[in-house]
Design a protein around this ligand. Structure first.
Ligand code: PBG
Length: 328
């Protein structure tokens, strides 16, 4: 016959009994200040175009970005990262370094109103090139070294506009060093670099490419972005980017790569970011719209999981919603 009282000394449930106890022993914290909200900035004014595969996310003109960013700041969000949509694309992606580009203008405008948000910019050519690749193309190949000066030009133009942090996402070898040298030569010694150090060739970028119109016209990005089965390769990428002068490093995407985030946290002391990418966002939104998951609980659980894996900073399209929920 089963005994009514088991002879247990250890009962982990004791500390789960009330919310007060649970809060006291909680190991991982998630705050709005850890979150960075991405925005797609387009030319024009009063523009707000919905993105079908990313419900709740819009392509915004600069004035609309300012409105959104004010609200994000009020909610305590830590920063924003800006992606540009050019008026015109060409083979070299030359609008990437135009002082009149949408990103550059948005940075100037945010800084002019003395935003308390950290202002980051994505540095890449794929949104700006007619072929949709992240670098110069010759003979069907993405050229590494000839791309570096173009990325450096884009980064310097963002720094000149006033960006606090430039974040190269192109995955060319040596770009962190090239950007650091170009920033220093132009006297932007205080502009920080967040390297998309371990960026995988992922199916989870699908909705982003809809948003940015950056689907490659031919081939794919597997010749420069990382091969998903590799984790040691990520440690090498991070090590190289730190040696070249990255101030912070990032793992991207987040959810299928939580082990990579953990390894990076254990191995390197630089601030670590993770990108909760567009496809990860879209899956939650789609399931929530069908009533299959509770959006709020799912999002907070995902973001907490990314923090628990070891990321200090999370780039996420859920940033504003999460900040609101964390405040309630
Ligand atoms: C640009 C860039 C991409 C993302 C961030 N920067 C797309 C890509 O590499 O194709 C993806 C972000 C997301 O999916 O949310 N190189």
């Amino acid at each position: 016959m089963p005994r009514a009282f088991a002879d247990l000394i250890h009962r982990p449930r004791r500390l789960r009994r009330t919310e007060a106890l649970r809060r006291l022993v909680r190991e991982t914290t998630l705050g709005a200040g850890n979150l960075v909200m991405p925005y797609f900035v387009m030319p024009g004014t009063r523009k707000r175009e919905p993105i079908a595969s990313m419900p709740g996310v819009f392509r915004l003109s600069v004035d609309e970005v300012l409105r959104e960013a004010d609200e994000a700041e009020r909610l305590g969000v830590g920063g924003v990262i800006l992606f540009g949509l050019p008026a015109r694309k060409d083979a070299r992606g030359s609008e990437a370094w135009s002082p009149r580009g949408a990103v550059q203008q948005a940075v100037v405008a945010l800084k002019r109103r003395k935003t308390g948000l950290v202002v980051m910019t994505d540095v890449c050519l794929c949104e700006y090139t007619s072929h949709g690749h992240c670098g110069l193309v010759r003979g069907g190949e993405v050229q590494n070294d000839p791309t570096l000066p173009l990325l450096a030009r884009a980064a310097v133009s963002h720094a000149r506009a006033g960006a606090d942090v430039v974040a190269p996402s192109d995955m060319m070898d040596g770009r962190i060093g090239a950007i650091r040298r170009a920033l220093d030569a132009a006297w932007f010694r205080e502009t920080a670099i967040l390297a998309y150090a371990a960026k995988y060739a992922s199916a989870f970028y699908g909705p982003f490419r809809d948003a940015a119109g950056s689907v490659p016209a031919f081939g794919d990005r597997r010749g420069y972005q990382m091969d998903p089965p590799n984790a040691r390769d990520a440690m090498r990428e991070i090590e190289l980017d730190l040696k070249e002068g990255a101030d912070m490093v990032m793992v991207k995407p987040a959810l299928a790569y939580l082990d990579v985030i953990r390894r990076a946290r254990d191995r390197f002391d630089a601030p670590l970011a993770a990108y909760n990418v567009s496809g990860e966002y879209a899956m939650v939104k789609a399931a929530a719209a069908k009533g299959w998951v509770d959006e709020r609980r799912t999002v907070l659980e995902i973001l907490t999981g990314i923090r628990r894996a070891g990321a200090s900073i999370i780039l996420t399209y859920h940033a504003k919603d999460a900040a609101k929920w964390l405040d309630e």
